[in-house]
Write a protein that binds this ligand. Structure first.
Ligand code: PMP
Length: 448
């Protein structure tokens, strides 16, 4: 059972072997139960073992599991594309299906470059992005990711696409308060464009709520309006990486909707297949696809398993389930309740510096001192220790942080399946409180 080469366990954590999942719980072979407070990696949006999805997977398997994308399309892929176009705002109508979030952001990047080429502009090949961001692990996606920890070993193979600060109000780089900050962090994009030259830049990419690298960092109110305006004034496409935030996680199908902005290209993943199938997508507006259809006619990308009928039928069943059960409509209320409970924990534990997030994508940042906001030293591995303590108690939480010394503190993401009930949220908070009690004891024993 130990032959699969997984991530090297930290802190000697041995990976338990999972037997089965039901609802928001996972059960290992020893019968231990885990409350999935992270939806795995913000993925299992509708929980585990949902009968309707299993039935749809079986039905598709009986018909056909694979056709090659440049020979055939399938009913499953066509229906999924139509469902996504209907669920997304505006005219984000053209879906390119891939197998992971990294492929989705990288495809989005290629679509943007191809868009300009088809319009006769060959020089626009760079994509600008922010520090404290994560867009995926493949080299193109990693080039866009402002995540020093994950870039470190491969810097020589990467482009320097991250150029501006994140909208990280808790640790504002300008030491300003939101109400009168003038959105200086957004205006950094203007400066970067002037320095690099708009004629070099195809697109700007951002996660509406910064996830893995930052721990659910939410921008101030008009931040994206400023960013979108700068992009438009400079002929730069805006790519929303909604791999983590999309498909209802923050309370709307796209998180972008909450700031009233419409992206030119969107990347979806994670919640789209909700863990039942490896599937993701880059979705373009009519404006972006029009010159491509008029020119080369195809998006110059693709994988053997792109638009795999089995994966498409599964994702279609997931999105239908989300729609039919009004799951997205309940996220705001559930998120507000859970956040209030997390705020209460903040008042109990002085190592909690910040509680933040949107909908059911919530973050907790840990600090040595709540007043000075001093982060713990990196080598104390605080995030990993808290994640391990929670796992011991039977609670899964997601580790976050870009590993930027002195800038980006330790944090975790709390993101249970969107289907979680109030009683289950109470249990989550109870387990989290016990975890923090244990961590507090460790600190008191001098293991800081
Ligand atoms: N973009 C974002 C915003 C993500 O959170 C992730 C995964 N954490 C990715 C891209 C990459 O997705 P994947 O791991 O499926 O390649």
């Amino acid at each position: 059972m130990d032959h699969s080469f997984l991530i090297k366990p930290m802190l000697d954590d041995i990976y338990p072997v999972i037997d089965y999942g039901k609802g928001i719980y996972l059960f290992d072979m020893d019968g231990k139960r885990y409350l999935d407070g992270a939806s795995g990696a913000v993925t299992a949006n509708i929980g585990h073992g949902v009968t309707e999805i299993i039935e749809a997977m079986n039905e598709q398997a009986k018909k056909v599991s694979f056709v090659y994308r440049s020979q055939f399309t399938s009913e499953a892929a066509e229906s999924l594309a139509e469902k996504i176009a209907n669920m997304l705002p505006g005219d984000l109508n053209w879906c390119f299906f891939v197998n992971s979030g990294s492929e989705a952001t990288e495809t989005a990047m290629k679509m943007a470059i191809q868009y300009w080429q088809e319009k006769g502009v060959q020089t626009k090949t760079k994509v600008l992005s922010r520090w404290v961001s994560y867009h995926g692990i493949t080299l193109g996606a990693l080039s866009m990711s402002g995540h020093p920890g994950r870039r470190a070993r491969f810097v020589s193979l990467l482009e320097d696409f991250p150029v501006i600060n994140p909208p990280y109000c808790y640790r504002c780089p300008y030491n300003l308060k939101e109400a009168n900050c003038g959105y200086l962090c957004a205006h950094e994009l203007e400066t970067a464009i002037k320095r690099i030259g708009a004629e070099q830049i195809a697109a700007f990419i951002a996660e509406p709520v910064i996830g893995a690298a930052g721990g659910a960092i939410v921008p101030p109110k008009d931040y994206y309006k400023v960013i979108k305006k700068i992009c438009e004034e400079n002929d730069i496409l805006f790519i929303a990486d909604e791999v983590m935030t999309g498909c209802g996680r923050t309370g709307t199908m796209l998180a972008c909707e909450q700031w009233g902005i419409s992206p030119d290209i969107v990347a979806l993943g994670k919640g789209m297949g909700a863990g039942y199938a490896p599937i993701a997508a880059a979705i373009a507006t009519e404006k972006v696809i029009e010159p491509i259809l008029a020119g080369t006619k195809v998006v110059m990308s693709g994988h053997t398993l792109s638009a795999n009928p089995q994966a498409c039928a599964t994702a279609l069943a997931v999105l239908e389930y989300v729609e039919q059960n009004n799951i997205i409509q309940e996220v705001e209320g559930k998120g507000a309740y859970l956040r209030t409970q997390l705020e209460k924990l903040k008042s109990l534990f002085k190592f909690i510096g910040d509680v933040r997030g949107k909908g059911l994508l919530l973050g907790i940042e840990f600090v040595q001192d709540a007043v000075s906001k001093t982060p713990f030293p990196r080598n104390a591995l605080i995030t990993q220790r808290i994640v391990a303590l929670a796992k011991d108690k039977g609670l899964l939480v997601y580790p976050a942080g870009a590993g930027i010394d002195g800038i980006n503190g330790d944090s975790i993401i709390i993101s249970p399946p969107l289907t979680i009930s109030k009683k289950e949220m109470e249990e989550l908070v109870h387990l989290l409180k016990e975890t923090f009690n244990d961590f507090s004891n460790q600190l008191n024993e001098g293991k800081g």
